[in-house]
Design a protein around this ligand. Structure first.
Ligand code: ADP
Ligand code: MG
Length: 203
């Protein structure tokens, strides 16, 4: 049951005024892809790169958020949807505050990612979906946390790609084949996109 008798309290200046004062535009970069496809790796390399350019960027990573904010959620379909709903709200807050929010969650369902996009776009906040794409055979081979091995042995239930679905993006803003480009090249593709769209200043 949602709260009643609540009213949105507006601040005394607009997002645009905040952006002008702080010299930065807020937006969300939303990574999606199978486990071990490179979301966390690219998200943290991108975060470091942007911060080195003096751009306030902050990463929200799946596992980290499940340690705290979302520690009450499991991996069934409803919990995954609620996980993503909360992250979308939090990333929107970061972006509204003029930061670059970088999220790294499997976010396997198209409908959940579309809801996250809608939440941003309704408020005129750019939402950039980045698909870290690599064949299942490659991510199973990488298996940095040994999760595919456990999932295939039946030790982890509802594991995306093995025993739970992954719905690939149809038209993401950025599509990175992490089995074909290096981490540095992947970061560069995203930074080039941000520059081209004038979300960050030219070098
Ligand atoms: N081009 C690449 N981009 C991203 N990760 C890569 C790439 N090539 C190899 N890797 C490796 O793949 C693994 C991806 O793991 P991780 O970033 O934790 O994935 P996810 O967060 O999607 O589960 C890391 O061990 C990383 O070093
Ligand atoms: Mg990760």
């Amino acid at each position: 049951m949602g709260a009643t008798n609540i009213t949105w309290h507006h601040g005394t200046f607009t997002r645009e005024e905040r952006q002008t004062e702080l010299g930065q535009k807020g937006l969300t970069i939303w990574f999606t892809g199978l486990s071990a496809s490179g979301k966390s790796t690219l998200a943290s390399a991108l975060e470091q790169h942007l911060v080195s350019l003096k751009i306030a960027a902050y990463r929200l990573d799946g596992d980290n958020i499940r340690f705290g904010l979302n520690k009450d959620l499991g991996f069934g379909p409803e919990a995954r949807t609620e996980n993503i709903r909360r992250i979308a709200e939090v990333s929107k807050l970061f972006a509204d505050s003029t930061q670059i929010a970088i999220t790294a969650f499997i976010s396997p369902y198209i409908s959940d990612r579309e809801s996250a996009r809608k939440l941003h776009e309704e408020s005129n906040i750019p939402f950039i979906e980045v698909f870290t794409d690599a064949p299942l055979s490659v991510v199973e081979e990488r298996d940095p946390k040994g999760l595919y091995k456990k999932a295939k042995a039946g030790e982890i239930k509802e594991f995306t790609g093995i025993s739970a679905p992954y719905e690939a993006p149809v038209n993401p803003e950025i599509h990175i084949h992490t089995d074909k480009v290096s981490i540095e090249e992947g970061v560069q593709v995203i930074v080039d996109y941000l520059r081209e769209k004038k979300f960050i200043a030219q070098a």
